[in-house]
Design a protein around this ligand. Structure first.
Ligand SMILES: Cc1cc2nc3c(=O)[nH]c(=O)nc-3n(C[C@H](O)[C@H](O)[C@H](O)COP(=O)(O)OP(=O)(O)OC[C@H]3O[C@@H](n4cnc5c(N)ncnc54)[C@H](O)[C@@H]3O)c2cc1C
Ligand code: SF4
Length: 345
């Protein structure tokens, strides 16, 4: 049976873009997300580095394009939990309010995004135990309230769960240097008298204008970057005592803070791992999707016959990269449907 419908799993920015580009060719697309609204993580963000565009605005604009295109059907509150081959098509199982349905598609884009590393795995920082200790994602979700609350001192701790072979993940999560600079600068703009410190191992800002963005946080917003590691956060007199070491100066230091923000790693989702495994798609050693080597494939986002991927399910990436990958996956799907399937029939 020839089926020309395409399934996009995940309505984050990567999946939204893939759906928009595929539907622009006139093909039917089903865009499914397990949450009740589109946008993935970005729908919760106030601003996006480096231009400080509103995250919600990016999501709203894409959601409107999707709404206006009758070729795209959106299924919210529905999770794809199984993918199997059915002749030359792919069968997907949807779980929604405890009921399971299935549907056949000619091609699939996996755009299932990332999860957050559990901050409480670093017990010494007191996440989930001490009020005032939050993660970078919590900062994005609670930004309005955080910026309104008077803060004398805030401390940002980078590389929590990244670049740590013993307790976390071995890789660098790539974007947390940038979002930490963004959050620290937002805080300082809202509360110019606050002292804001960033503890870092390295500063990795290899994005267009990334270096300038971080430098501006340091020089224009007067955020104090300290090369070093925080050893412990201790609740003291209603505040948080930070015990750390300045590794450039080679001295221990202590300071009291009202807010501690942990830049936790971006990690692969369990659902990505299980969907990939069902279709025999390779994962890398960390559990992210592993594409076919460039020398063996015609499109960088192809995984196996008719199955493509886009966004942070492949590796931590910023919003622009996720959107570009959504477009690249869409181009791959259209090429596949036009040429490969015509040849097969
Ligand atoms: C704290 C923080 C701040 C950041 N700030 C910035 C910034 O300022 N600028 C910037 O460029 N980038 C920023 N990023 C990066 C940004 O979050 C990612 O680039 C973006 O979210 C990737 O989009 P995505 O669509 O790949 O994944 P996601 O946003 O994770 O979306 C994936 C979607 O898939 C859905 N899904 C997953 N599995 C299933 C399934 N089986 N069935 C149905 N639906 C499913 C999920 O519900 C989700 O809606 C930040 C990241 C963090 C952690
Ligand atoms: S991007 Fe920066 S904060 Fe994130 S893991 Fe890499 S070096 Fe650490």
């Amino acid at each position: 049976m020839l089926n020309e419908g395409v399934l996009v799993i995940g309505g984050g920015v990567a999946g939204m873009q893939a759906a928009i580009d595929i539907a622009a060719s006139g093909r039917e697309v089903v865009l499914v997300d397990k949450e009740r609204s589109l946008g993935g993580h970005v729908k919760e963000y106030g601003s996006l580095f480096p231009e400080l565009t509103e995250g919600t605005l990016v999501v709203k604009q894409k959601a409107q394009i999707i709404k206006d295109n009758p070729k795209i059907s959106v299924m919210l509150g529905s999770e794809v939990d199984r993918l199997t081959y059915a002749d030359s098509n792919i069968k997907a199982n949807f779980v929604s309010n405890g009921t399971i349905n299935d549907q056949i598609f000619s091609a699939v884009v996996i755009a299932t995004g990332f999860d957050n590393f559990e901050g409480k795995k670093y017990g010494e920082y007191g996440y989930d135990r001490y009020p005032g200790v939050i993660t970078g994602i919590d900062f994005e979700h609670q930004e309005e309230a955080i910026l309104k609350k008077p803060i004398k001192t805030a401390v940002f701790i980078k590389c929590v769960g990244s670049r740590d072979r013993s307790k976390g993940m071995p890789y660098c999560s790539k974007i947390c240097c940038m979002y930490t600079a963004k959050q620290a600068a937002e805080l300082k703009k809202a509360q110019p008298n606050a002292q804001v410190y960033v503890f870092y191992m390295d500063i990795r800002s290899n994005f267009k204008n990334g270096e300038e963005f971080v430098r501006s946080a340091m020089e224009n917003q007067h955020i104090k970057y300290i090369r070093g590691r925080v050893g412990k956060v201790i609740p003291t007199n209603g505040r948080l005592l930070i015990r750390a070491e300045d590794t450039l100066m080679g001295v221990p230091l202590e300071l009291e803070a009202d807010l501690v923000v942990l830049a936790t790693a971006m990690v692969p989702r369990e659902s990505t791992k299980s969907l990939a495994t069902q279709l025999g798609i390779k994962l890398d050693s960390n559990g992210f999707i592993s594409p076919i080597p460039m020398t063996e494939s015609e499109n960088p986002m192809i995984l196996t016959k008719g199955v493509f991927y886009a966004g942070a399910c492949g590796f931590p990436c910023d919003v622009k990269d996720a959107i570009n990958q959504g477009s690249a996956a869409a181009a791959g799907v259209l090429g596949y449907l036009q040429f490969n399937r015509r040849a097969a029939n």
